[in-house]
Design a protein around this ligand. Structure first.
Ligand SMILES: *[C@@H]1O[C@H](CO)[C@@H](O)[C@H](O)[C@H]1NC(C)=O
Ligand SMILES: *[C@@H]1O[C@H](CO)[C@@H](O)[C@H](O)[C@H]1NC(C)=O
Ligand SMILES: *[C@@H]1O[C@H](CO)[C@@H](O)[C@H](O)[C@H]1NC(C)=O
Ligand SMILES: *[C@@H]1O[C@H](CO)[C@@H](O)[C@H](O)[C@H]1NC(C)=O
Ligand SMILES: *[C@@H]1O[C@H](CO)[C@@H](O)[C@H](O)[C@H]1NC(C)=O
Length: 441
């Protein structure tokens, strides 16, 4: 063999050995990648859980203590969602998270009994988009059932992946679908009928009236819940505002008052009848837009005249024009101002974090002039966008990414591009209860 040939031979052998070893490595990695990935994911989660079990818990005050001090500047609870208040979503074993304010104060975990005592005889009104609808349904479920909806939606044919510290599953079941996840239901008519009382009282035991149909066109769908005497007679109403413009027609039907005596039913026949009325434009009231409906002296307004707390959220339907924000918040301040007692409050509630609210720059717009207008009108600013800011940084693109840390994170918080899984509403509602109730001794 010539010297050049030998060098070439050595080179070739080295190259072959190198290639084979690369290939073996590659093969091993591919074959075991799901194993490795799970290990990594578990390790990351464990690390997070460890990091999030700090010892500050006993060193910071209860939020209640701060709010109840004599002449407390914190009494209104505004600081709970203020931008300078640090928010940490602490991991739970089942993949849901607990909302904590680790450098500010410890939130109280309200029981339904405590909430009922605090909000006894009060009337709450929520005006907003589908995100507000789910927050409303979560809260009224809590009043009626004394517990929050299951933390995750049903997994249809897949096993539930969320297990708490008692090894209990924390997903809703196919036979008990969640009020916070429309995807749990066969369709809208079925879902809305179950909310509004169905044939037998439905999920809310006849205490929820749903003047609500799923319509292709704009209308003011509404729901009214009234708790029993024993549960404090809390009244909570939701009116859905949809439409991209500021001047959509605002029309719908009166409540009958069935929620007061738990006689609400929403049968297929009644639903069909409402659809027929909708198609033939037969409404109890009809206004050229939402702001004129909320002006004093209208039929619509008279139904909402006794409101203690109102939360308005324009939500994902684009940015609210300055003039509309002004008229609306002034009207809502007037709506809650008719009571001699000083407990009445109106809020602009900023829009929850999601990729879509981030892309349309909603947070900046709302935190800017809308917040100024809310204060000018004598209302307050409940900054949910700040609290859920972290969630707006979770990207989700079709096609769905393969199972990875990113998609696990994503699917344990969102069930579509904008809607949260049920546990998020539980945390936001508990925060709201802290704001409204902590100052009451
Ligand atoms: C967990 O589930 C068991 C039944 O499997 C039940 O007895 C127990 O009360 C549940 N624990 C909690 C905390 O929900
Ligand atoms: C809303 O309706 C009122 C009364 O019809 C009208 O004066 C006002 O200009 C409308 N606002 C918008 C934004 O269209
Ligand atoms: C319940 O309230 C409705 C509406 O106010 C009324 O028509 C109905 O008679 C009441 N039913 C009972 C059983 O009190
Ligand atoms: C709707 O309610 C208003 C206010 O209570 C009332 O004036 C009006 O007559 C009602 N309309 C119908 C069709 O019942
Ligand atoms: C104001 O509060 C007092 C004491 O709780 C109550 O008796 C009264 O009815 C309230 N006023 C109104 C208009 O709700």
């Amino acid at each position: 063999m010539k010297k050049g040939d030998r060098n070439l031979f050595v080179f070739l052998v080295t190259f072959v050995i190198f290639s084979v070893s690369l290939w073996i490595n590659y093969y091993f990695l591919i074959k075991h990648s799901s194993y490795l990935e799970n290990e990594v994911v578990t390790a990351i989660h464990q690390k997070r859980i460890d990091e999030m079990q700090p010892s500050y818990d006993d060193q910071i005050p209860l939020c209640e203590e701060l709010m109840q001090q004599p002449h407390s500047p914190f009494a209104d609870g505004a600081f709970l969602t203020r931008k300078t208040t640090q928010v940490v979503w602490k991991m739970r074993r089942d993949g849901s998270r607990e909302l904590t304010l680790p450098t500010t104060c410890r939130l109280k975990r309200y029981t339904a009994h405590e909430a009922g005592k605090c909000l006894k005889d009060k009337s709450l009104l929520y005006i907003g988009d589908s995100l507000t609808r789910y927050q409303y349904l979560s809260l009224t479920y809590f009043f009626e059932h004394k517990k929050w909806p299951m933390r995750f939606q049903a997994k249809r044919n897949n096993p539930c992946l969320h297990i708490d510290e008692y090894s209990n599953e924390t997903c809703s079941k196919a036979e008990e679908p969640s009020v916070c996840a429309e995807g749990d239901w066969k369709g809208w008519p079925e879902f809305l009928q179950a909310l509004g009382g169905g044939n037998d009282g439905g999920i809310y035991h006849g205490r929820m009236e749903a003047q609500y149909v799923r319509s292709p066109d704009v209308m003011a769908n509404a729901m009214q819940y009234v708790a029993s005497e024993v549960d404090g007679r809390i009244k909570a109403t939701f009116v859905e505002e949809v439409g991209w413009n500021e001047d959509e027609e605002w029309k719908g039907w009166n409540f009958s008052g069935c929620a007061y005596n738990a006689t609400c039913r929403y049968t297929q026949e009644k639903y069909d009848e409402n659809m027929r009325k909708y198609e033939q434009n037969e409404f109890d009231w009809s206004y050229s837009n939402i702001t004129s409906a909320f002006s004093e002296g209208t039929d619509f307004h008279s139904q909402y005249a006794y409101t203690n707390y109102v939360f308005y959220n324009r939500g994902l339907w684009g940015k609210i024009p300055i003039a509309k924000a002004h008229v609306m918040l002034v009207a809502l301040n007037a709506l809650t101002g008719g009571d001699e007692n000083q407990s009445n409050r109106c809020f602009f509630r900023s829009t929850t974090g999601s990729e879509r609210s981030r892309d349309s720059n909603l947070e900046k717009i709302e935190y800017g002039f809308v917040r100024d207008i809310a204060y000018d009108a004598g209302c307050e600013y409940f900054d949910i966008a700040h609290v859920t800011d972290e969630f707006s940084r979770m990207l989700f693109r079709f096609p769905k990414p393969p199972r990875s840390r990113l998609s696990y994170e994503y699917s344990s918080i969102f069930w579509d591009a904008v809607h949260y899984v049920p546990w998020v509403y539980e945390e936001l509602n508990n925060l709201m209860l802290n704001m409204l109730c902590n100052s009451q001794k």
